[in-house]
Ligand binder design. Structure first.
Ligand SMILES: *Cc1c(COP(=O)(O)O)cnc(C)c1O
Length: 353
């Protein structure tokens, strides 16, 4: 492998001087702060949101580094993983020239973000059972291919990808390989963060939106070499994670060990729902899932979807997505929510079939 970060980046990026925020120039927490044009009296509600937050989220990164076994300087935090995806496009892909490689069916934001940035998309579909085709992926690479996005466990199919095939792509592609682990907490797989030292072209994305239950706060993580993280920090908006979010995330990290209970509860709901769903005559296949959702193939999926919408039960219609024909994606709810779904499907089965 011949990975050269400087060559991979858009040429102008290395010359950028970051915005130097007021809080960059003096990092102490105590002082008379007359540098950032803030309101010194506090908010109208009496809450103390009047000061700008830490632009580099040092407290969170210190905790996360501990938990994940990486250095704080190997962590980037974004306004959702979606911000990291967008920054990667902007750092590496020259609009109208470079391309990224996507492996459908997969998470929709990679394509949206590429399109917004006028970055060409090459697609190499997964196999019928949603695994990678490493040789075809590597064959699709050309001189302008900058990033390959691998989602594992994959959304919307729920499976984890073969680790050796991911490693093969990492070692044979000279560009950046993103392994999106949004659902890793639900899986028994070790995270690819454990392989960051082996692969300088690896970037692992995770998020607080799923297992951590903080989707509303908008915060996602990227783990990579210090060099790559430095670039993301260079081009991000200075105060991209609000102070309120930072506080709530820190509170959650204090209780990090409880995540296992939550994941176990989700696992039990998965077994419960899989078992019940498999009894409906219109359900053709439930794909094995290492995430907190099930991809389910059924007769007349669109019909089922619309019936449920009328009952105010909303699933994700993936029936028009490549390799997911006739499939709906079902997020695992609480037992009460899952029972509401099952009851509605019972009604569907007795009335519509
Ligand atoms: C939900 C999800 C994310 C999370 O995005 P956030 O912006 O962090 O909420 C990232 N990747 C995949 C594959 C997802 O399904």
């Amino acid at each position: 492998m011949d990975f050269d970060l400087k060559k991979l980046l858009r040429p102008h990026i290395l010359g950028i001087k970051p915005y130097s925020s007021a809080r960059d120039e003096y990092s102490g927490k105590i002082g008379v702060f007359l540098d950032a044009n803030e309101n010194p009296y506090g908010a109208l509600t009496g809450e103390s949101f009047n000061r700008y937050p830490d632009p580099y989220q040092a407290d969170i990164k210190e905790r996360l580094a501990d938990i994940k076994g990486v250095k704080p300087s190997q962590i980037f935090l974004g306004n959702g993983s979606d911000e990291a995806i967008d920054l990667l496009m902007r750092a590496f892909c020259t609009p109208g020239k470079d391309n990224i490689i996507l492996l459908p069916p997969t998470y929709g934001m990679y394509e949206v973000s590429a399109s917004i940035n006028d970055v060409e998309i090459k697609k190499v579909p997964l196999t019928e059972d949603f695994q990678l085709k490493p040789d075809e992926i590597l064959n699709a690479v050309d001189a302008n291919s900058k990033v390959i996005f691998i989602c594992s466990p994959n959304n919307p199919s729920g499976n984890k990808m073969d680790r050796n095939q991911i490693r093969q792509i990492l070692s044979e592609f000279n560009g950046l390989v993103v392994v999106d682990e949004a659902y890793i907490d639900f899986s028994d797989e070790p995270s690819f963060t454990t392989e960051l030292d082996k692969f300088p072209n690896l970037l692992v994305m995770q998020t607080f939106s799923k297992a951590w239950g903080l989707a509303n706060l908008r915060i996602g993580m990227a783990y990579a070499s210090e060099e790559i993280i430095r670039i993301l920090n260079l081009i991000k908006p200075p105060y991209n994670i609000s102070g309120l979010t930072q506080q709530k995330v820190l509170d959650s990290l204090q209780k990090a060990e409880k995540i296992h209970d939550l994941v176990h509860q989700v696992f039990e709901e998965k077994v419960f729902l899989e078992n019940k769903l498999s009894q409906f005559v219109f359900v053709k296949k439930i794909y094995p899932s290492h995430a907190n959702f099930l991809l389910v193939k059924m007769k007349k999926a669109r019909d089922v979807y619309e019936f449920l919408i009328n009952q105010m039960i909303i699933l994700r219609d993936r029936s028009k997505v490549e390799l997911c024909e006739d499939c709906l994606r079902i997020s695992l709810g609480t037992r009460v929510e899952n029972n509401a779904l099952l009851e509605a499907l019972n009604t569907y089965q007795s009335n519509r079939l």
